[in-house]
Ligand binder design. Structure first.
Ligand SMILES: Cc1ncc(COP(=O)(O)O)c(C=O)c1O
Length: 402
């Protein structure tokens, strides 16, 4: 699919013709095919799955299973290694609350970084508190990146879990994850990867990475809100006990005992987000029909164009000029990002202001937050120009008070 007329696929632009949407890192826009798929489910076969013994239920169940197959192909895992959760946060918590809870002991170390989103680090922080385990941080380099060199220094045989982001949602840096996973395994640790930002930008192959767990949300890759994915290696999943018990996750139940279903079903108690899972399957088809090469070429071109236009703007600080994933984190010097964001809003430019649920890195940067512009396939050169125009207006406006 060609990207020239891609906006036609995103109806939000019809209802908001002046919209400059630069907040894909928070959530992506959704193409019509994803919305149509969810409507198809509700209007044509909107019944429960894996329960009914009638045709409509078989249809809904087979669509649902097909979507799981699409996710498995998308990340190159096995079908039974894909667990549907509500979002990346729930998936990341699930790893800590199941694998972590069942394996971590007093004195063990969980290794993480200051680049993490709160959802990647807080579940482990709280688990370490309960278990009297130690949460250790890899030192970032001068640019704020995770490097293999510093990772090696922080790794020893006390480390049992590595909880690490694949792409930072503030800096847009890509972690050298393959090497880190290899080193972690050699030291006897498992690796839980937060792929929430990565999944919309490049192909993830869990077999090639050899990661133990990997989490992401559908809504950041043009799918709906309400569904996320937890990948786990089947050798771990088969040993883990579910966190939730209830409908459709069990086989035999009597008054004092229960036998649970095989993976992944034992980890999905209750009626799932059926329409949303189908929407995720459609988002995967949509991404595949474009191809990551085109997605990345487009985002990179916009990112470079924005950096070029910002080059001569005095009075701003950009914190991540070398970001690989088309994110610009910056501040208007001397201005709180929330104050600066007002002028963007007045001009229909949607970007994020604040700590982005990643306070460790904003503290590392020694700022109370940043403005963050993130580009994706539906953005254009005109969006970039409008964004830069408002950056300049911001600088001019606030220079009166400095
Ligand atoms: C890197 C990263 N991890 C995890 C999350 C959590 O995603 P969700 O809010 O969909 O659970 C986000 C969301 O911004 C993120 O950017």
């Amino acid at each position: 699919m060609c990207l020239d007329n891609i906006r036609e696929q995103f109806e939000i632009y019809k209802n908001n013709p002046d919209l400059v949407y630069l907040d894909t890192c928070a959530t992506s826009l959704k193409p019509k095919c994803v919305l149509d798929k969810m409507e198809e489910y509700y209007t044509k076969y909107g019944v429960n799955i894996h329960r009914g013994v009638y045709n409509l239920s078989y249809k809904a169940s087979s669509e649902y299973d097909e979507a799981r197959e699409k996710v498995a192909n998308f990340i190159n895992s096995n079908f039974n290694e894909v667990i549907f959760k509500r979002n990346a946060s729930e998936a990341l918590n699930y790893v800590a609350l199941t694998y972590g809870e069942q394996n971590l002991k007093e004195g063990d170390v969980v290794l993480t970084t200051e680049l993490e989103h709160h959802s990647s680090v807080l579940p482990w922080m709280k688990l370490c508190e309960r278990k009297k385990a130690i949460l250790r941080y890899v030192k970032l380099n001068d640019e704020g990146r995770i490097t293999v060199e510093e990772f090696k220094k922080a790794l020893d045989n006390k480390v049992k879990v590595v909880a690490i982001t694949l792409v930072s949602n503030v800096m847009g840096y890509v972690t050298p994850i393959k090497e880190i996973i290899k080193l972690s395994h050699e030291a006897g640790a498992i690796v839980s990867v937060d792929a929430a930002q990565a999944v919309a930008h490049f192909k993830i192959d869990v077999k090639d990475l050899d990661c133990d767990f990997l989490s992401f949300s559908a809504h950041k890759m043009m799918g709906p809100t309400g569904v996320g994915v937890l990948f786990g290696k089947d050798k771990h999943l088969k040993k883990m006990m579910p966190l939730e018990y209830g409908g459709d996750m069990n086989d035999e139940v009597d008054k004092t005992s229960v036998t649970i279903k095989e993976i992944p079903y034992c980890f999905e108690a209750g009626t799932p987000a059926i329409a949303e899972v189908l929407g995720l399957g459609e988002a995967i088809d949509f991404i595949n029909s474009i191809g990551f090469d085109k997605i990345e070429a487009h985002c990179k071109a916009l990112h470079e164009y924005a950096l070029k236009l910002l080059e001569d703007v005095k009075g701003i600080t950009i914190y991540n000029k070398t970001s690989e994933c088309s994110i610009i984190s910056f501040n208007v010097d001397g201005v709180h990002p929330h104050d600066a964001s007002t002028l963007f809003d007045e001009n229909n430019v949607c970007l994020r202001a604040g700590h982005h649920c990643a306070q460790l890195i904003t503290k590392w940067l020694k700022v109370n937050g940043t403005l963050r512009a993130s580009f994706y396939i539906y953005n254009t050169k005109e969006d970039v120009e409008k964004f830069v125009k408002v950056v300049k207006e911001n600088v001019k406006f606030f220079s009166q008070f400095n």
